[in-house]
Design a protein around this ligand. Structure first.
Ligand code: UT7
Length: 329
């Protein structure tokens, strides 16, 4: 087992106030039912950003709380790494807006795009910066305003996603605790199974794109499901191998919250009973790269992660990308 280089010093979450339940879809003309959504995904409600809530504002909310818990002043942050698939603007990065909002004047700030696996990619990047001596203290945030990019006329996708942010302060490890292993993989051949076809630099936004609604998320749900189950299993195996642990050593599994059936399959693969798995997909839906840091923060606050707990996090998303990490608290 490697000596931990970086450890989490504090976490926070930032969620929109507005709750949209499965029953609320009827009011926007979506033909679905609470029963269908619950049975297929395990989602009961999600948060939707309103009244000026943005990827930046939710991220800053989560980041502020994480710094407070860590006892870190904004001026001590060396780097802000934001994972997001929903930047507020295409230029500059949303991370620099967060930097300005928080007053983290000494920080370098940049965005990472790895979809739902993005926060684990961001954590691994921040760990590398700490390992190399480039940074001492990092603020690692996942923030997503999925409601801005889902097609509210497509019942196969719009019922699945939600908005929110989660953050962690990552610092050089001083007590032999922290990140024990990290793993990242991608497979770009499968990009078109979950993507936004148009609206980027190749086919910029136009009346035609708007009419086709092809700037919004398209997903081949069943195919994505199969790959998610397979890749999350691979990621869990690699994280455990890297930390020289087995499933029975894990006190809490925090999987990406996309679908309770994918979560159950991942837990089963690693031999982790469901009472050692954190699930909040019922309350927030799929918040993409914010899902793991939101769940992590809730798990710490509710006492499910204690001093000495060993936690495994596993994620899968568009790209495809998948990643995992084992942390000793
Ligand atoms: O964040 C990382 C990436 N995302 C994921 O991991 C998501 C992966 N995929 C999934 O979670 C599941 O595939 C879904 C929850 C999206 C869908 O579940 P499914 O069991 O794969 O259903 P399906 O897409 O095959 O659709 C089954 C039926 C279809 O009707 P027919 O063709 O069988 O008559 C759909 O038209 O359900 C219909 N359907 C709906 N019915 C009611 C699709 N969406 C809805 C809906 N309400 N919202």
């Amino acid at each position: 087992m490697k000596r931990p280089i970086a450890a989490i010093a504090g976490t926070g979450r930032g969620l929109p106030a507005h709750v949209m339940t499965n029953h609320d879809f009827a009011s926007i003309g979506i033909e679905t039912s609470h029963e269908w959504i619950m049975e297929r995904s395990g989602i009961s409600e999600r948060r939707v950003a309103k009244n000026g809530e943005t990827t930046c504002s939710m991220a800053a909310d989560a980041g502020r709380k994480a710094m407070e818990v860590a006892g870190v002043h904004p001026g001590e942050i060396d780097v802000i790494v934001l994972s997001t698939a929903t930047p507020d603007r295409l230029l500059p990065s949303t991370a620099v807006d967060i930097q300005a909002e928080l007053g983290a004047t000494r920080a370098a700030a940049f965005d990472i795009g790895a979809a739902c696996a993005g926060w684990l990619y961001a954590m691994t990047t921040a760990e590398g910066l700490i390992m190399s001596g480039t940074a001492e203290t990092a603020l690692v945030i996942g923030s997503e305003k999925m409601s801005a990019i889902v097609d509210w006329k497509d019942r196969a996708t719009c019922v699945l996603f939600g908005d929110g942010a989660g953050a962690a302060v990552l610092k050089r490890s001083k007590h032999g605790k922290g990140i024990l292993s990290a793993y990242m993989r991608s497979d770009g051949k499968l990009a078109d199974l979950l993507y936004r076809p148009d609206g980027g630099a190749t086919t910029p936004m136009s009346v035609e794109v708007l009419e086709k609604r092809s700037h919004l998320v398209r997903m081949a749900g069943r195919e994505v499901f199969k790959h998610a189950v397979r890749s999350m299993a691979d990621a869990a195996d690699r994280a455990l191998d890297g930390a020289r642990l087995t499933g029975s050593d894990i006190d809490l599994l925090i999987p990406h919250q996309a679908n309770v059936r994918i979560i159950e399959a991942t837990a089963k693969h690693s031999g982790i009973p469901m009472d050692k798995v954190y699930v909040n997909v019922d309350r927030y839906g799929n918040t993409s790269s914010a899902s793991i840091p939101i769940a992590l923060n809730e798990a710490i606050e509710s006492g499910r992660i204690k001093d000495g707990s060993t936690v495994m996090m596993v994620a899968f998303g568009a790209g495809f990308t998948w990643a995992s990490m084992v942390i000793r608290f």
